[in-house]
Write a protein that binds this ligand. Structure first.
Ligand code: GAP
Length: 459
């Protein structure tokens, strides 16, 4: 196994062991490719979503929020093209009935030493990688999850779980623009769950059938599209470098060429990441022209045009759409944070291996751990009071079990930026020791000053 895949395995195992992400429905033997966010994973995800919202919505005066329905009128998906086109090609093994995407199948079989590209005329000439069985010709497979409204499972009540959040924002464009009295350019943003019946889910939380997207539709006058696209590309770069603080060398800015883009898009950039399993999409940005509003206008029969109040020009707004997979951002934050290093022990000159999740401080699931050196009531009661007070401003873990060394290691592994230790001297001098996760430097801070001290670290 490559070093990169070994790292992924270690991250998956840490997620289970420390309570970031559990395999879904585990007590029933699990459900393939379904995952549950455990306490720390939930907190990390909340922090990523909060940071995303603050950066792309709250701090700007040109964005408005929404939270739209997961199940919408099926006409929405007729207008957006999802009913007709949101499909993947798949081939099926005639023997074991496993299904594969032709591109993934080619990727898998091309690794085999006997594979000879020149000899393969059609995908169905390949053999099933699982049982060597014969394969069918490729067929189209719609990725939308069907459901039924009401009690009759007939076609009149067929509905779909949304495969993206964008539709909800397009169909509300006119309402939002009217009630908020916004002028172009402005954006509508939301974060929400989406569902796709993926043929080949996998690679931990990279591709699942249920996932979250944070995206916005930024409505513009078409004459401005190039500069607005550049502006958002710049903001996306700032997001990755300043907020997510990742190693920017791990990103690949993939300009999608003519002929490869969706037919309605004039420019698309996929932001890819060097995952342990290869360079693959992290998220994207697309100039969708007026495709969506014109389709919704046509299918709904409603006028969705905008009139510029200064020039009286009436036109259908065009859209730039930056879209972010929340779970993929979380996966990237785990991969970027995972660090193995040698740390000094209490014995002079000696070191030991430690695993540290070096999350940016603001994203860390637990911000401060309060650790009394002893479980004795005289120490723990004061330490608990301090922890309770800190809880009003920070996400706090209180832990009085095991040796202090083990407790530090645990906090390092879950990425807690600061550990506050209480010792018997604390009762006398009213001070605590604050340990920094990354430098492991320790500082003695007055309890009365502790909150301000920590607050300054999270600014
Ligand atoms: N409205 C545009 C749109 O939905 P997309 O590229 O199909 O675009 C947006 O999806 C993002 O959602 C992707 O860039 C990716 O981050 C994430 N995503 C898509 N399918 C996913 C899946 N099966 N599992 C996890 N994340 C997924």
């Amino acid at each position: 196994m490559s070093k990169d895949l070994e790292k992924l395995e270690k991250v998956v195992s840490l997620c289970k062991r420390r309570g970031f992400i559990f395999p879904g429905s585990e007590i029933y033997g699990g459900l393939a490719n379904s995952w549950d966010y455990a306490p720390l994973g939930h907190l990390l995800k909340q922090n990523i979503k909060k940071a995303w919202w603050k950066f792309f919505v709250q701090e700007r005066n040109d964005m408005v929020p929404m939270d739209t329905a997961i199940i919408m009128n099926p006409k929405v998906w007729e207008a957006s093209g999802h009913l007709q086109n949101f499909s993947d090609q798949l081939v099926e093994c005639k023997k074991c009935h496993h299904r594969f995407r032709p591109d993934h199948l080619l990727e898998a079989v091309s690794m085999r030493p006997e594979y000879d590209k020149a000899k393969v005329q059609s995908i169905s000439e390949l053999k099933c990688p699982d049982c060597d069985g014969a394969l069918t010709e490729p067929k189209s497979f719609n990725l939308m999850f069907k459901t039924f409204l009401g009690t009759n499972e007939d076609s009149a009540t067929t509905a779909y779980l949304r495969p993206e959040t964008a539709g909800g924002m397009f169909v509300n464009f006119k309402n939002i623009q009217t009630v908020t009295r916004r002028r172009l350019p402005f954006g509508i943003a939301q974060i929400g769950k989406c569902f796709r019946n993926e043929i080949t889910p996998g690679n931990f939380i990279f591709r699942t059938r249920e996932f979250e997207i944070g995206e916005f539709e930024y409505f513009i006058n078409p004459k401005d599209w190039e500069s607005v696209f550049e502006m958002w590309l710049g903001e996306i770069k700032r997001w990755w470098s300043e907020v997510m603080q990742i190693n920017m060398d791990n990103l690949v800015w993939h300009e999608i060429e003519d002929g490869e883009r969706a037919h309605y898009s004039k420019r698309t950039v996929d932001i890819e990441y060097k995952y342990p399993f290869g360079v693959k999409e992290l998220h994207g940005i697309a100039y969708r022209t007026d495709f969506d509003l014109s389709r919704h206008e046509k299918v709904s029969g409603q006028d969705l045009h905008y009139t510029d109040p200064e020039t009286n020009e009436k036109f259908l707004p065009h859209v730039i759409e930056p879209t972010f997979g929340i779970d993929r951002m979380l996966l990237v934050s785990l991969l970027e944070a995972y660090t193995e290093e040698q740390a000094p022990t209490s014995e002079a000159g000696e070191t030991e291996a430690r695993v540290v999740m070096k999350f940016p401080r603001k994203l860390a699931p637990i911000q401060v751990a309060v650790l009394p050196l002893s479980k004795k009531e005289e120490l723990s009661s004061v330490a608990k009071d301090v922890a309770n007070d800190l809880r009003k401003n920070f996400s706090v873990d209180y832990d009085e079990t095991q040796s202090i060394g083990k407790r530090y290691r645990r906090q390092d592994e879950i990425g807690t930026p600061y550990c506050v230790t209480f010792d018997f001297e604390s009762l006398e001098d009213k001070k605590v020791t604050v340990r920094d996760r990354d430098t492991m430097a320790q500082e003695r801070i007055a309890i009365a000053e502790l909150k301000n001290y920590l607050q300054s670290k999270f600014e």
